[in-house]
Write a protein that binds this ligand. Sequence first.
Ligand SMILES: C[S@@+](CC[C@H](N)C(=O)[O-])C[C@H]1O[C@@H](n2cnc3c(N)ncnc32)[C@H](O)[C@@H]1O
Length: 254
Amino acid sequence: MAYWKKGPIEMGKTPTGKNTSGRGQRDLKVKVKSARGRTTSSTRWLQRQLNDPYVKRAQSEGYRGRAAYKIMELDDKFRFLVPGARIVDLGAAPGGWCQVAVKRSNVLAERGGKAVGTILGVDLQEMEPIAGCELHQLDFMEDDADLQVKEWLGGKADVVMSDMAASSSGHKQTDHLRIIALCEAAAYFAFDVLDEGGTFVAKVLAGGAEGDLQKLLKQRFTKVHNYKPPASRSDSSEKFVVALGFRGEVPDQG
Ligand SMILES: C[S@@+](CC[C@H](N)C(=O)[O-])C[C@H]1O[C@@H](n2cnc3c(N)ncnc32)[C@H](O)[C@@H]1O
């Protein structure tokens, strides 16, 4: 069976039936008092963290961050993390997406002594090990970083996903251009390593300059979706592009 053809999953639920949306939880709000040495913005950040249902769920369910719920919700909708998939996770730290990929691709279930599927995570930052994942510290924007990742991968991939984001400069347009550059680098890597029918998932920021990338993805994939999962904060301009059905090599035009 093709890697992406798995059975239907009810929206907003994991394959085991757990609700992934994080909605419908009624918690009392925690108020954070401003403290000496803490800026207003860090007080606001702390208050938001303490009151965020996804942060609480991540802590209680053992995920390394609330980002885990974004990839769960993307996968609930588009179903690409399937048993046996060969997955590359770019910008993987601290590891929430990898943890979800391990569960959904069934990578820890060995068949005939061989792991089913593979997960390769790469990030600028060092990561704590995750069972079932091969993790490397690397700046993906360095010269020849793609060649290094290809070497680690050692073959084709079914899914290339990127949650890469540079730390905020505070300047919206600059941040937007940086994230598009990361997303483009991930996309060209995906063109190089995806098997036919493969999936590309990447974080982008709504802001205008992503038009060229969308055009390019539409040429190389049968379907391109833009989706903001419920776990993505409504006050953030972040959204995700999910390109399905990689067409494979482009025939030589010459
Ligand atoms: C939002 S976090 C990813 C969270 C991750 N998906 C998770 O679930 O834990 C973005 C990550 O992108 C990484 N990143 C940014 N630029 C990068 C680059 N040039 N190469 C590799 N990783 C990069 C950052 O170090 C950061 O860990």
